[in-house]
Design a protein around this ligand. Structure first.
Ligand SMILES: C[S@@+](CC[C@H](N)C(=O)[O-])C[C@H]1O[C@@H](n2cnc3c(N)ncnc32)[C@H](O)[C@@H]1O
Length: 352
């Protein structure tokens, strides 16, 4: 090996004409960007820039950060199009940085916060455990299951439940557009988090009586949020419980959004059977609102969330056929699959 190539290899430099190598190198180290986004989200940098450009000195003072280190992180993000250095050590928002703000529709701040949370970050660091054993890296790392950990860790719970709610807002509108809820009188959102989906549907359909069902600690926080929406709160009851034991009975439509992917087939069947048992008549419907794994090599959010589930909960995304098999072994028939304008599809099932 001559001197030049030995030095090139040592520094990891690729020939600049080799686009594939450069593209792959960028992907391999993309966690550096991901963690820098976590820092920016945690410090609320995008919110501090919403009125216009600011110096790093100002940002560091406001956030209690070490200025020179914050500058280097901002410079890396700017090199990815997130923030722009408009004059030395002064940054402004770019369109790509706007969703990092907490107060915008479609905010991704909670997403960035959750990705850097110890429980997520350490689990991904242990991904080899999952690929060798098929078991959740989270369970191995934290010696408990994901939702019990969330229950015991207030900060993580707040970040996770906020992530679910903010992620759901734009999706909920797409679900309302795609599915005809006009005949529904009583609607239950099973494991509905803070109720973002349920309250969006109820706003669009003022005659629906809603029931939000989730773990006790989630429902305690959800009740506070429902109080801020009196026009919904009066029509919506919030019930704490365990969906592996039972779900509220006697309603005509049950929703499971982003739920079955948290669980393996055995747990998923238990949830489905409890929904089936809660349905009073054969007119009732179940809506599974989920990402669907499609064939092909295209970029697909579902494939990313699928591996996230593999690592964190031991669950995973499913195809239509896999959902159909689950439904058939739990007392349902899949009647329709409805696409929406967002990543989610609606699988309507009827009790048999
Ligand atoms: C991935 S989140 C989805 C939340 C909501 N459906 C959404 O799409 O935004 C999963 C939800 O399941 C709830 N959950 C987990 N285990 C539960 C249990 N045993 N009984 C009731 N809810 C549970 C969690 O608290 C959480 O709100």
């Amino acid at each position: 090996m001559n001197e030049a190539s030995s030095s090139d290899c040592h520094h990891g430099f690729a020939d600049k004409s080799d686009d594939q190598v450069l593209a792959l190198r960028r992907l391999i180290v993309s966690y550096r960007v991901s963690q820098s986004l976590f820092v920016a989200a945690r410090l609320g940098i995008a919110d501090l820039l919403k009125e216009g450009e600011r110096s790093v000195e100002y940002l560091a003072l406001k956030t209690g950060a070490h200025g020179p280190s914050l500058y280097r992180i901002m410079r890396l993000l700017a090199s990815e199009g997130i923030f722009e250095e408009v004059s030395p050590e002064h940054f402004k928002l770019t369109p790509l940085a706007v969703p990092l703000r907490a107060d915008v529709d479609g905010s991704l701040r909670s997403r960035a916060l959750f990705e850097g949370e110890k429980c997520n970050w350490q689990s991904w660091g242990n991904i080899m455990h999952t690929v060798r054993t098929g078991q959740s890296a989270f369970n191995d790392e934290f010696k408990t299951v994901f939702f019990d950990y969330v229950k015991e860790n207030e900060t993580t719970a707040e970040i996770f439940d906020n992530l679910m709610a903010t992620q759901t807002m734009p999706w909920a509108k797409a679900v309302v557009e795609a599915y005809d809820f006009s005949n529904v009188k009583t609607l239950v959102d099973v494991a509905g988090g803070y109720g973002a989906l349920l309250t969006t549907i109820m706003s669009a359909h003022p005659s629906i009586q809603g029931t939000l069902f989730d773990m006790e600690h989630v429902i305690e926080s959800a009740k506070l949020k429902l109080k801020e929406m009196p026009e919904i709160g009066n029509r919506c009851q919030a019930v704490g419980g365990d969906m592996f034991k039972s779900v509220p009975a006697g309603c005509d439509c049950y929703m499971l959004k982003y739920i079955l992917h948290d669980w393996d087939d055995e747990h998923s069947k238990l949830i489905l059977r409890n929904c089936r048992e809660a349905m009073s008549n054969t007119e009732s419907r179940l809506l599974i609102i989920a990402l669907l794994i499609k064939p092909g090599n295209e970029y697909d959010w579902a494939k990313s969330v699928d591996v996230d589930m593999l690592v964190l909960t031991g669950g995973g995304e499913r195809t239509v056929e896999q959902h159909q098999a689950l439904l058939e072994s739990s007392g349902f028939r899949l009647s329709r699959v409805i696409s929406t304008k967002c990543d989610l599809s609606i699988l309507e099932a009827i009790p048999v």
